[in-house]
Design a protein around this ligand. Structure first.
Ligand code: C5P
Length: 236
């Protein structure tokens, strides 16, 4: 059950460290300083020394989101989640497949690791789904996958701002909603197809926002992070 009301706006911002090296990621964390405290480490960095970086950031008091988007046979998922649970991270992502959900919950055991499930990647739109042979449209697929997570007892969903309201309406307070594809007003969407502003995503029901390039590619990442935190605070 989420208790977002007790969180400071700063703790609702997760900065995506999509950077090529641990050195670049650590330099970015230093540049951002106290403007943010929660960092997401994805596949690029995980396979470039990022697992030790997870331990270091956790040891320094940061919260860490491991974005590995697991999808595999149940036994492999269960054991992989057991290993991740020992790192001290706050969030881990997996795909919202029923067997993956159940195996991950077993693997997490009684650790504090929270399991977030990806419904449909924010880089995908209805035309992509049609090309890939899906009979369901994107909004239906997102709700189907939300129901899978609710039925298996997962902690939360990673969802675009454009779907956050529908997920909140379906799940109430039973799921944490984490929203990537955030673009402050006036910034470029780049490869994201379903974007929302920070205020728009919060108003739609997002608990946490994941922001990468609008912060890490900014001339002043600390100022960009602080502006987003201000927008979260004003919208909350
Ligand atoms: O740079 P940008 O703000 O677009 O980064 C978004 C981050 O969120 C990336 O690390 C991307 O992998 C991640 N993400 C996403 N869509 C999802 C799940 C994760 O964009 N559904």
């Amino acid at each position: 059950m989420r208790d977002i009301r007790s969180l400071d706006a700063r703790d609702r911002l997760i900065v995506a460290l999509d950077l090529p090296t641990v050195e670049a990621a650590e330099a970015m964390v230093r540049r951002i300083g106290p403007a943010a405290n929660f960092y997401k480490i994805g596949l690029q960095l995980l396979f470039a020394g990022g697992i030790d970086l997870v331990r270091r950031l956790v040891g320094e008091g940061h919260q860490v989101f491991i974005d590995a988007k697991f999808l595999d046979i149940p036994e492999t998922v269960r054991k992989a989640v057991e290993s991740v649970a020992r790192l001290g991270a706050t969030f881990l992502t997996l795909h919202a497949d029923p067997r993956t959900c159940r195996a991950a919950i077993e693997g997490r055991g009684d650790s504090a690791l929270q399991l977030l499930f990806v419904t449909v990647l924010t880089s995908i739109d209805d035309a992509d789904l049609e090309r890939e042979g899906y009979a369901r449209c994107l909004s239906e697929l997102v709700i189907d996958r939300t129901d899978i997570v609710l039925a298996s007892g997962g902690d939360g969903i990673v969802a675009a701002g454009t779907e956050a309201a529908a997920i909140r309406a379906r799940a109430g307070d039973r799921l944490v909603i984490v929203t990537p594809g955030i673009r402050p007003a006036g910034s470029a969407a780049q490869d994201q197809k379903r974007v929302a502003t920070p205020a728009g995503a919060i108003a739609a029901g997002a608990d946490y926002l994941v922001v990468g390039r609008p912060i890490t590619a900014a001339a002043d990442p600390a100022a960009a992070a602080a502006a987003i935190v201000d927008e979260i605070r004003a919208a909350a």
